[in-house]
Design a protein. Structure first.
Length: 196
């Protein structure tokens, strides 16, 4: 690993770069489908201001190259969309002609109604992690995850959980390598957790 990489707390100054990395590296994520501007101006400012979220970024020579966010608020996505309802509706209308977008929205609503939540999900969710493509396969994602897990342990948390698309075996392998275990699979999503 590169000795020039530092892990630090996310600040407001980092949000524009985080939005760019998210948009580029997580193109299938629902929030990416709403656009980089939505991520930068709405999603990440709200996430950063949430008292139950913590975020860290990896920087090399002061350039943001990756980030991770954990959230212990089951309703943070709902809150973001409720408090930015008109922005959300505008983005929905703008994207409603895209079949994959409509499919994604339909799946999200189905998940709300058919999936039973686990007790694990009352603890911290690893909401987002991404590393800029120029820095893939250099252990930066692992550094971010280990740093975040270390911080969660200090908070006397019991679990950390994450959901990912089931069609991304490399992502599932990444979490399993960090001792996460699968506890649920539904509608093309795989749910994993780590117990401390």
């Amino acid at each position: 690993m590169d000795d020039n990489i530092i892990i630090c707390n996310v600040t407001e100054k980092d949000l524009a770069e985080i939005a760019k990395v998210h948009y580029a590296e997580l193109p299938d994520d629902f929030c990416s489908l709403l656009g980089c501007k939505f991520l930068k101006n709405t999603f990440y400012p709200h996430l950063l201001s949430n008292k139950w979220s913590i975020g860290f970024c990896a920087k090399k020579n002061s350039e943001l190259i990756g980030y991770i966010f954990f959230v212990k608020d089951e309703d943070y996505l709902t809150d973001i969309f409720k408090s930015n309802f008109f922005v959300f509706v505008y983005q929905m209308i703008k994207n409603c002609y895209k079949l994959y977008f409509l499919k994604y929205v339909f799946e999200i609503f189905l998940l709300l109604f058919i999936r039973n939540k686990s007790e694990i999900e009352k603890d911290f969710e690893l909401g987002y992690i991404a590393v800029h493509s120029n820095h893939h396969n250099k252990g930066i994602g692992t550094m971010l995850l280990e740093h975040g897990i270390s911080e969660l342990r200090k908070m006397n948390t019991t679990y950390c959980w994450v959901k990912t698309l089931s069609v991304t075996p490399e992502t599932i392998h990444f979490y399993k390598k960090a001792n996460f275990k699968i506890y649920n699979e539904v509608l093309g999503r795989t749910y994993l957790f780590k117990e401390f």
